[in-house]
Design a protein around this ligand. Sequence first.
Ligand SMILES: *[C@@H]1O[C@H](CO)[C@@H](O)[C@H](O)[C@H]1NC(C)=O
Ligand SMILES: *[C@@H]1O[C@H](CO)[C@@H](O)[C@H](O)[C@H]1NC(C)=O
Ligand SMILES: *[C@@H]1O[C@H](CO)[C@@H](O)[C@H](O)[C@H]1NC(C)=O
Ligand SMILES: *[C@@H]1O[C@H](CO)[C@@H](O)[C@H](O)[C@H]1NC(C)=O
Length: 384
Amino acid sequence: MASVMLGLVLSTTGVDADAAPTGGPAGGTNGRVGRIPCNNSPDLCARQYNHISHLGAHNSAFVRDASNNNSIAGNQYLNATTALDAGLRLLQAQVHLENDTLHLCHGSCQLFDAGLLQHWLAPLTKWLDENPNDVVTLLLVNADEQPAEQFGHAFEASGLAEYGYVQPSPGATNQWPTLEAMIAAGTRLVSFITNIEPSPSHAYLLNEFDYVFETHYAVTELDGFNCTLDRPTNVGDAAAALTSSYLSLVNHFKYQELGAGIMVPDVELLDIVNSPGATTDGNLGLHVQRCTAEWTWTPNFILVDFWDEAGPIAAVDDLNVLSDVTGRRTVSRETTPEEEAEESGKGGDDDGDGDGESAANRDAAMVSYYVLSATCLAGALMLV
Ligand SMILES: *[C@@H]1O[C@H](CO)[C@@H](O)[C@H](O)[C@H]1NC(C)=O
Ligand SMILES: *[C@@H]1O[C@H](CO)[C@@H](O)[C@H](O)[C@H]1NC(C)=O
Ligand SMILES: *[C@@H]1O[C@H](CO)[C@@H](O)[C@H](O)[C@H]1NC(C)=O
Ligand SMILES: *[C@@H]1O[C@H](CO)[C@@H](O)[C@H](O)[C@H]1NC(C)=O
């Protein structure tokens, strides 16, 4: 059977030598040639955090790769630090309690355990150390409703807590600092946790739904994306949330129903769903344009699956109206793991007609795996 190479090309493009950070972005306009970028663009330095659209990797810790046999519980092909290198500035993931320790698990730790939260956070500290002009946002789902102390332990042990941004007065506000002010203060990490009781000793852990509202997330149809508020329900609708200075989060990923209540990320339609275009139902570009029009405010956060497919960041650059983007790593793949599996499957087709029989077999295997898993969870399984 022929082996298929997975092409992963990483290169840094467009780094402007004049823009090398020296004294922090505040010095950027002191008559120096070239402007210092903040979050990959000099256009963003003087902009308030809440006046910026941030592209995010949904379930960024659940990477579908050879180490987990390309688990269909994975929502990304590439890991969190690669996402940051490529220009994403929001990382989302689910956190569960396993053996009295916080783990990154998807749905359940039996299904997909990406290890200790602390171990996943540590490389993010290193990334922030190495990228002094960048502000990153984390959004963690507190699946087992653990207290701030548990999270605080992981944030402190990983070194990340020292970058934590603290709101001067708690609650939704339109008084967010500019990126350059956050950079100058060294508070370059905004951490939202769902269902967390705020704690003065870990004040950088912000209770997500005191600050952010989200659109629906369990979308299974291309025409199912809209801009309606789904959570939190206590602020009413999107218009009311925006009036109360909530930040907005657009969930833009599509699920496939396998039956029996089992939903998995839909990788077949990524070309449509992640497209920055605005011509076809399901396009990211169309969804965010609709939300901008409906809200008369550009979305702050946009979460996608498999961000390296179909170039979704272009839609977010459009929202930010960027004239100058620099220092992003270009990531391109020749094949996805699914295409690779299909290719090698074709080679092994008994009748050699390459008709995708083996892809059908693989789908059947996935379904039985998930039915098994769902049985073990004794309930419907939604990997969102
Ligand atoms: C991947 O699949 C192979 C063959 O079914 C199995 O032996 C191995 O344990 C699996 N590895 C993981 C990480 O699930
Ligand atoms: C993420 O993936 C890249 C590329 O495969 C690798 O070099 C890097 O070590 C990974 N980062 C972490 C934190 O595992
Ligand atoms: C939790 O502890 C049990 C018992 O010591 C062990 O079998 C299991 O592997 C542990 N789980 C994890 C995710 O470390
Ligand atoms: C918005 O989309 C969600 C998910 O597709 C759906 O459940 C909800 O009814 C929609 N809301 C409106 C007002 O159309």
